[in-house]
Design a protein around this ligand. Structure first.
Ligand SMILES: Cc1cc2nc3c(=O)[nH]c(=O)nc-3n(C[C@H](O)[C@H](O)[C@H](O)COP(=O)(O)O)c2cc1C
Length: 214
């Protein structure tokens, strides 16, 4: 049971809670980077070292991660990626503003997988923790689900591993604004004349709900 004291405590803005919310706000999908600003092997390892601590259905932990930061390999991966589907006039980041690193997320099909749904929930949790950890280092990223299957031909991927998601990473070279959604159907992100990328988010009032009890 909640006491009045507890709910007052919950309302008080605690510095840690506020800082965490700001980190979540900052952790957006970035698609333009300072390509020349390399991300070291060690940093990439640290990001995965944080991600591996994430919750996992039945603690199966079925995901494997491969990090890539060589400019030559990044250049070969880039053409296989689909960028910002809603921005019809934008073909993706130009040379010089492309990702400096990638993390391939591969499902290990010989590991305990409760269900595909649970495996992908695990991936969502792990990749969000990874991106939050990156943001604390001022490295931003974008999950890329829209990649061409041809990207798999660049590597010898054993049959028990399936590539499901690619995370693009780099030091950000764009501005992003979070906007409150006024029209609940208006989900598309857009860019203004200054090329600021706007991302509409549903309001708290819109997503909070109660159901009648029976
Ligand atoms: C599972 C998943 C797959 C995504 N795939 C792509 C993609 O292929 N290309 C892309 O540009 N953005 C991709 N995104 C980024 C979304 O477009 C982005 O999360 C959304 O526009 C909201 O922006 P935000 O992440 O800054 O909140 C993906 C995001 C998720 C969670």
């Amino acid at each position: 049971m909640h006491t009045m004291k507890e709910s007052e405590d919950a309302l008080a803005v605690k510095p840690e809670a506020e800082k965490f919310k700001q980190l979540v706000e900052k952790t957006r999908s970035y698609r333009r980077f300072v390509q020349s600003a390399m991300i070291s092997d060690e940093t990439l390892r640290q990001l995965i070292d944080t991600a591996r601590l994430s919750g996992s259905a039945r603690n199966g932990q079925p995901w494997q991660y491969m990090t890539i930061n060589s400019p030559q390999l990044c250049e070969r991966i880039f053409p296989h990626l689909g960028w910002a589907g809603y921005l019809q006039d934008w073909k993706g980041p130009e040379p010089g503003e492309r990702p400096a690193a990638y993390i391939f997320c591969l499902l290990h099909r010989k590991r305990s997988i409760v269900s595909e749904k649970d495996a992908f929930l695990d991936l969502g949790i792990a990749t969000q923790n990874l991106l939050l950890a990156a943001a604390t280092r001022l490295i931003m990223g974008c999950r890329i689900g829209a990649f061409s299957p041809d990207v798999k031909k660049l590597f010898d991927i054993p049959e028990y591993l399936s590539l499901e998601l690619i995370i693009a990473l780099g030091h950000p070279a764009e501005q992003i604004a979070l906007d409150e959604m006024h029209n609940t159907e208006d989900i598309q992100y857009w860019r203004d004349a200054q090329q600021v990328h706007h991302v509409p988010k549903r309001s708290l009032e819109d997503i909070l709900m109660t159901l009648k009890t029976r």
